[in-house]
Design a protein around this ligand. Sequence first.
Ligand SMILES: O=P(O)(O)OC[C@H]1O[C@](O)(CO)[C@@H](O)[C@@H]1O
Length: 242
Amino acid sequence: MNLIRVKDYNEMIERAGEYMKLQVREKKDSVLGLATGRTMVGVYERLIEHYKNKDISFRDVITFNLDEYYPITRENPSSYYQYMMEHLFRHTDINTENIHIPDGSTTDPLEECKSYDKKIEAVGGIDLQLLGIGRNGHIGFNEPKPVLELNTHLTDLDETTIEDNASAFSSREAMPQQAITLGIKKIMEAKKIILLANGREKSEALRKMTRKEVDPRWPASILQLHPDITTIADEEACERLE
Ligand SMILES: O=P(O)(O)OC[C@H]1O[C@](O)(CO)[C@@H](O)[C@@H]1O
C-alpha cells in the first residue's frame, strides 16, 4: 500500500483532486467509483475547479456511487443522490445516463443489488475507486461484521455510522437504519483505489487498516490485499501509526 502522509485536509484534497484529474485525462471514458460524506466535499470542489479550468471533461466519464441509504427517495435532500448532484454532477458536463447510484426507493432491494453489480460488469469494472473510511473502519457501508459480503447488498447500519451520519438528517429517527452498498468484491476489483483519511477520529481505523492482517471487524483492512491502492492521510489520521 502506498501511503502518502500530508499535513492537513487541504493538502489531502489537493493531492486527491490531482490524482483523479490525471485518471480522467489519461482515460476520458474512465469508470469512476465515487464516495460521499464530509471527506469528499473538498475533493469534488477540486474536480469542479479542474473542470472549469478545462483541464478535464466529464462528458464520457461513467460513475458508480458506493452506496445509498435505504429506504430513501432521490428527492430527499439527505440522500446520496442529492449529495452527488449538489457537490459534483450539476456543476459538470457529465451525461446523466452515465451516473449510477443505488436506488434507495426500490421495493425490490435484492434485484436492485444484483442489477447494480451487472451494470458495473457491463462497463468492464471500475477504473478508479475513491474511498473514505468510517471511524469504525467501514468502506462504503461494509460495516464491521463477522463476515464481509462480496456482492452489492442491503445492510444494517452500525451504531457508530448512525451516530456519525445522523446530523445529515433532520433527526436521528429520520435517518434510515439500512443502506445498499457495493460489496467488497467490486471494490477490490477496481483497477486502482485511492483512500482518504483525515482527522484524529480516523486514526484508529487507519492503524487497523495498515496492521498487516485482515480483520472483518475493520473492513478496510482487506484493502491491504489490493495491488494498486494509494492512501492519502493527514497528520492527525496518522497519529497512531508507527
Ligand atoms: O467522510 P466521512 O463523512 O467521515 O465518512 C466516511 C465514509 O463513510 C461513508 O459515509 C459511508 O459510505 C462514506 O460516504 C465516507 O467515505
